[in-house]
Design a protein around this ligand. Structure first.
Ligand code: HSE
Length: 345
């Protein structure tokens, strides 16, 4: 199938996907019968370009690299707002990759509601709207007969959601436990090697792991959003980020890390969701994990999640949890899933 794509947001993740799309265009066509035209890119800082017949993605990437802006692109309609692109463009898939806000979900939440309401598929890595309004957004998608896919909201491109929602379909997930934030896992790993907290955070920011506001990572708001998404989407929970017990890593000292090591343990920021009296509960907090636990061996920006199921026991997935290309890939895998489903209809 051929899809018309609109990027709402063109930061690290949007550009990550764009690079993959350019590089894999032939493979995607040949192997998966997936073809695309990017008809719009709209970014609050870089500007907005729309051409119903398609834009040259390589040129847009080059312009972004050279000037940080895209409005000098040679053709098309300039200056449309994100909402105008969503409502008026001929795109069939809206790639919502604006920044994450887990208090209000905005502007992503409005973008998604408008897109789904106007019959467009939404593919996103934006955690805020999904953590705050998963059930409502899925209902809107269902009513409008379109897809809402959000693989990249948890473990970036490592297919934790596809694994649990599709490959483990029919299995009852009793609990979920894991490491779902790359930045804090990187910091804790570096601290074990003797680096200070501040140095490690700076490097995590430089490497593109951290959120625009790193408080989201180190105060555990980001993993709270992710475990909320997992609890609601995989365990049929109905919780909000504010219901999740939360403790970050800012108070962890080099001494704490060393003490844990001397005890044969590692400090890890653990996210978990479990069932209690017919309700799903969740918590994120640092834990001293014994070396006999697989999670103790997940280092750097790598993440891992264990799904405790009725039919298979524990199923664990390990992979990158952060990064532009990694999150960009999640968007591609979601689009390929839409392509598969629609081709089978
Ligand atoms: N800041 C996030 C992390 C990015 O470090 O895991 C991926 O969601």
């Amino acid at each position: 199938m051929k899809f018309k794509l609109a990027f709402i947001g063109f930061g690290t993740v949007g550009q990550g996907l764009a690079k993959i799309l350019v590089e894999k265009r032939e493979l995607l066509k040949k192997k998966y019968k997936f073809e695309y035209d990017v008809v719009a890119v709209s970014d609050i800082k870089k500007g907005s370009v729309y051409n119903e017949n398609g834009l040259n993605l390589e040129k847009l990437l080059e312009l972004t690299k050279q000037t940080g802006k895209i409005e000098s692109y040679e053709s098309g309609i300039k200056g449309l707002s994100s909402l105008e692109v969503i409502e008026k463009s001929n795109a069939d898939i809206i790639l919502e990759v604006t920044w994450t806000n887990i208090e209000t979900g905005e502007p992503g939440l409005t973008h998604m509601k408008k897109a789904l309401g106007s019959g467009k598929h939404v593919v996103t890595t934006n955690k805020g709207p999904i953590a705050l309004a998963y059930h409502e957004l899925m209902e809107t998608a269902r009513k409008n007969n379109v897809f809402l896919r959000f693989e990249g909201t948890v473990l970036s491109g490592t297919p934790a959601l596809n694994l649990s929602l599709e490959d483990l379909a029919g299995a009852y997930v009793k609990s979920i436990r894991g490491i779902v934030n790359g930045t804090t896992n990187y910091i804790l790993t570096q601290m074990e090697k003797g680096a200070t907290y501040d140095e490690s955070l700076k490097t995590a920011q430089k490497l593109g792991y951290a959120e625009a506001d790193p408080t989201m990572d180190v105060e555990a708001w980001d993993p709270v959003a992710k475990i909320t998404i997992l609890a609601n989407a995989v365990m049929e929970g109905n919780i909000k980020p504010k219901d999740v017990e939360r403790e970050g890593i800012t108070h962890i000292s080099l001494e704490d890390v060393k003490k844990a090591k001397d005890e044969g343990k590692r400090i890890k920021l653990i996210a978990k969701a479990w069932r209690e009296n017919n309700e799903v509960k969740a918590k994120v907090s640092p834990e001293k994990v014994p070396l006999t636990d697989v999670l103790a061996h997940i280092g750097g920006p790598i993440n891992a999640l264990t799904f405790e199921t009725d039919v298979l026991g524990d199923v664990t997935i390990v992979g990158p949890g952060a990064g532009g290309i990694e999150a960009g890939y999640a968007l591609l895998s979601d689009m390929l899933a839409i392509n598969r489903y629609l081709s089978e209809m």
